[in-house]
Design a protein around this ligand. Structure first.
Ligand code: C2E
Ligand code: CA
Ligand code: CA
Length: 886
């Protein structure tokens, strides 16, 4: 429902197993796509480089060839050959005219010169600023014999072209020019005639490069380098800025030199930079060679850095590299949102299905409240618990339906469990164990509370302790009772407990227990007429507070009638009620004592046996304390030698001789003193520790027989030692086996041992009893029915079991000479004779009782008249004395 701030594992797992891989795949694809785009872009750029270098080189070469042909026009002209045939004033003037004509036609020609064999200019035609062509006058002609141009060309063979470096020049008007000079030596036959030279506009030759660069609109830089690697011109620069970069590619990138001269064109990758180059040759159509031979003139180099490819292309993905990260993050975020969304929805659905199932079938009451503590949902179990329908409950405050017995502070992560009363529609109150879980929104605001009301495990003592600890103001705990006490009235507190709750608990399921509890509380409320309703602590403990009452006869009557009512089966169930009563102010001084004292008294009902109710007194309290002390001491008693067997003689009524003994357990505790079996046997039984006792009694009594066998045989030949076996011991096969094996081990003759079973034991285990009885008989053990007459079984029924002795309960002899008890004795004797069983009278204390027994012909007796149970030594003395007497 609510994630509680923590990301559930399932969502995390899905994010790792699904969203993350998808994101990675997406990123890898984007990355791969980007790389392929980059490679493609790189190839495209390279192609553009190649195209660019080819076009530029072609352009330069064709312009260059134009320059060469212009030079050849002069060289091959009639005027020049006329002059060569006959160098005179006229032919020179004709040549000069030709120079003017040509210069006039070709605006890229700056100067034309003809230099004689001595280096002296014979003709010079200039293009002046403004386009005016002038033939330089004779006086102004220069002597160039020391100039590089003349010195180089003078030594050239015929038809070998001279190409100067490109140089920058400034004319008289301060205009920048770049100049390249082409020249040819002139010969007639082998006679050197002079030099024909034209200065061309290098800018005209190279301007295309910058123009082309301009069309590219990209950072594909083109550079023209000379054979030494110096950058003559960079594409982006104007051709007037020759050599201005001062760069030398060969010093910058030494590897470039060898690559560039491997072939005339190609590409080379150095580091991240791709260089594409194209050699520039002076193209000469005529059979001209040029100085210095077939060496390239320049090299056009284009370069780009692969790292710059993204900027050089128009691909969005490349120019915005972070896009792939953004897309991946977006995929991850979206994926996560989807996963969380679907998981939460699936979780919600699942949760709701589970919740409704749980709520429907839960035997605990479940209530869901909104932030204002108003009920938004409750299950059927809570309807039963409160007596209201869901429709009546929705919208009501859950706090008004209950009272918490502990002040609890709501912390976020803690689930609190505390006792709380639930107010039933009838006015009765039911104690529950309330657990509240608070569900918060992400913003830490309380959204829902889920309250689970389960059956209380708290005892009244827990509650009063808790209330006393938690609240200095006791009114908080039992407000209604407290207001009773406050009005200076007397109040009786009845703690009514279902004595056979264990058996009932096994018959009823939880929801039936709730119903049982409500119906019992309602009945008690009507029968006792309480003003504040019955407080039910659990399905077997109820508290009723009665105003203006005393612990007197009328109260006894009230309770007796109550107990009587429940003697009839209640709602088809057999229930037995015990009642403990306390009183304010005579026995208990405050609400907590009142509660605890009544509860304590109710626990003593069984032990005190004065009907089914006990008024709380200080004596009751003492007994209760002794009871708990015994319980505590019992846990370790079999590790001490505090337990001993005592022996009570069984005598012949007729002869007065001892013909047996009953082994009775005795416990001498250093602090508690003598603890009677009636006190501790029920506790051992409760704790299911009776087999400890059984083992002890069996081994001890057989050792007694074994030790004294010879003496007893001699003194009383028919001697038999009786041991008591409780129902639990009797139905424990390992104890029965132990009995047989011990008898054999100590070679005890037949009939030296008798097992006493109560009427109850014998009848209740009838089917299995018969087989166990047979087993005992087979081992030479006699069987006696103990406490005969206290059960309700018919005598003839008992007679069907093969019984050796019937011990008539001591309550009959104590009532002698009551006529009913006389009848019993007579009847039992009659029937016993028929089946051949001996009859023993228990609890003979007086001579007249013994006389009566003799009169009716009872076989044996046992009782204080002869002796209490005594230890082994005393008993043996008794045997001795009785034997000597007779
Ligand atoms: P029980 O088997 O009926 O034992 C006889 C009880 O009556 C003994 O009480 C005995 O001390 C007492 N008694 C004997 N003669 C007289 C008499 O003349 N007047 C009166 N008022 N009482 C007399 P005790 O020893 O307190 O035993 C109580 C019960 O505890 C026994 O009743 C028996 O059911 C049980 N018990 C005693 N020892 C053992 C034992 O070793 N194993 C088992 N499972 N139960 C035992
Ligand atoms: Ca007995
Ligand atoms: Ca008895």
């Amino acid at each position: 429902m609510v994630l509680h701030g923590k990301i559930p594992r399932r969502i995390l797992r899905l994010m790792f197993l699904l969203v993350l891989p998808i994101t990675l795949v997406c990123f890898t694809l984007l990355f791969g796509y980007e790389r392929s785009l980059k490679a493609q872009a790189s190839l495209t750029l390279q192609a553009e480089q190649q195209k660019g270098t080819l076009i530029i080189t072609n352009q330069i070469e064709s312009v260059f060839s134009q320059y060469v042909s212009d030079l050849l026009v002069v060289y091959n002209s009639n005027e020049f050959s006329d002059y060569a045939q006959d160098p005179n004033e006229t032919t020179l003037l004709d040549l000069a005219r030709l120079f003017v004509r040509i210069t006039n036609q070709k605006e890229y020609i700056f100067h034309q010169r003809f230099i004689d064999t001595q280096g002296k200019e014979l003709i010079q035609v200039d293009r002046n600023p403004g386009g005016l062509i002038t033939l330089v006058s004779e006086e102004q002609l220069e002597d160039l014999h020391k100039f590089e141009l003349f010195l180089s060309v003078r030594n050239l063979a015929p038809r070998v072209l001279y190409i100067s470096k490109v140089t920058a020049e400034t004319d008289e008007k301060g205009n920048q020019k770049s100049v390249i000079t082409l020249a040819l030596p002139a010969y007639r036959g082998s006679v050197f005639l002079g030099v024909v030279a034209i200065d061309f506009d290098a800018c005209h030759l190279l301007s295309f490069m910058a123009a082309y660069q301009g069309t590219l609109n990209k950072d594909l830089s083109f550079s023209l380098i000379d054979p030494q690697g110096r950058v003559l011109l960079s594409g982006e620069n104007s051709c007037l800025a020759l050599y201005e970069t001062n760069r030398n590619l060969f010093t910058e990138i030494p590897e470039l030199r060898s690559s560039l001269y491997d072939s005339d064109q190609g590409s080379v990758v150095i580091g991240n930079v791709i260089y594409t180059y194209q050699a520039v040759y002076p193209r000469t159509y005529e059979r001209l060679s040029w100085n210095p031979g077939r060496v390239r003139l320049w090299t056009l180099v284009s370069s780009f850095n692969t790292a710059d490819v993204p900027h050089l292309t128009h691909e969005f993905l490349l120019s915005h590299g972070s896009v792939k990260y953004a897309i991946s993050v977006l995929v991850f975020v979206l994926g996560s949102i989807l996963v969380v969304f679907f998981q939460v929805r699936a979780g919600d659905k699942q949760q709701m299905r589970i919740s409704s199932l749980i709520a429907e079938y839960a035997t605990n009451g479940i209530v869901v409240c909104d932030a204002q503590q108003n009920i938004t949902f409750c299950n059927q179990a809570f309807e039963e618990l409160s007596g209201y329908t869901q429709n009546e409950l929705i919208g009501r405050s859950s706090h008004r339906l209950r009272q918490d017995l502990q002040v609890v502070t709501h912390t976020r992560h803690q689930e609190e469990i505390h006792p709380a009363w639930v107010f039933h529609r009838s006015g009765n109150k039911f104690l529950t164990s309330l657990s509240i879980t608070h569900l918060f929104t992400r913003g830490n605001k309380l959204e829902y509370s889920v309250e689970v009301y389960s059956p209380s495990q708290w005892t009244p003592s827990d509650i009063s302790e808790l209330c006393e600890l938690a609240n200095h103001d006791p009114s908080q705990c039992f407000s209604s009772v407290f207001s009773l006490l406050n009005h200076k009235t007397t109040v009786s507190c009845l703690c009514i407990r279902v004595q056979n709750s264990k058996e009932l608990g096994m018959l009823l399921n939880q929801s039936e227990r709730v119903k049982f509890s409500q119906s019992l509380a309602a009945t008690l409320s009507t029968l006792l007429g309480t003003t504040i309703g019955v407080h039910a602590f659990s399905f077997d403990s109820y508290f009723v507070f009665l105003k203006d009452t005393e612990l007197d006869e009328s109260m006894s009557k009230k309770i007796q009638s109550l107990v009587r009512t429940f003697q009839e089966p209640y709602n088809t169930l057999d229930i037995r009620l015990d009642c403990g009563i306390s009183h304010y102010p005579s026995t208990s001084s405050n609400i907590f004592d009142l509660l605890v004292d009544a509860y304590l008294a109710s626990q003593m009902v069984e032990k005190l046996k004065n009907g089914r109710y006990v008024f709380y007194t200080s004596d009751v309290k003492k007994r209760y304390q002794r009871h708990t002390a015994i319980r505590d001491a019992l846990s370790t008693v079999f590790n001490t030698d505090q337990m001993r067997l005592y022996y009570q003689a069984q005598l012949s009524v007729e002869s007065g001789t001892i013909i047996g003994a009953e082994a009775l357990i005795r416990w001498e505790h250093p602090v508690l003193g003598t603890v009677s079996p009636d006190e501790f046997l029920p506790i051992l039984q409760e704790q299911q520790q009776l087999d400890h006792l059984g083992r002890f009694v069996i081994t001890e009594s057989i050792q007694f027989l074994s030790r004294n066998l010879a003496f007893l045989r001699a003194a009383c030949p028919a001697f038999s030692l009786s041991i008591n076996l409780s129902p639990e011991e009797f139905s424990n096969p390992s104890l029965i086996d132990l009995l047989g094996s011990q008898l054999r081990e100590h070679r005890i003759p037949d009939n030296f041992l008798t097992v006493e079973l109560t009427e109850h034991t014998a009848v209740e285990n009838l089917t299995s009893a018969n087989s166990t009885l047979d087993k005992l008989h087979a081992q030479g053990i006699a069987i006696a029915i103990d406490d005969f007459g206290t059960g309700f079984s018919s005598l003839s029924y008992i007679m069907e079991l093969s019984i050796d002795m019937i011990k008539i309960d001591r309550s009959f002899i104590s009532r002698y000479p009551d006529s009913q008890s006389i009848t019993i004795y007579k009847t039992v004797l009659l029937l016993a004779k028929e089946v051949g069983a001996t009859v023993l009278a228990e609890g003979v204390e007086k001579a007249e009782q013994l006389a009566f027994l003799a009169e009716i012909g009872c076989d044996q007796y046992q009782g204080y008249y002869f002796s209490k149970a005594v230890d082994e030594a005393v008993f043996l003395k008794q045997v001795e004395q009785v034997t000597i007497k007779t």
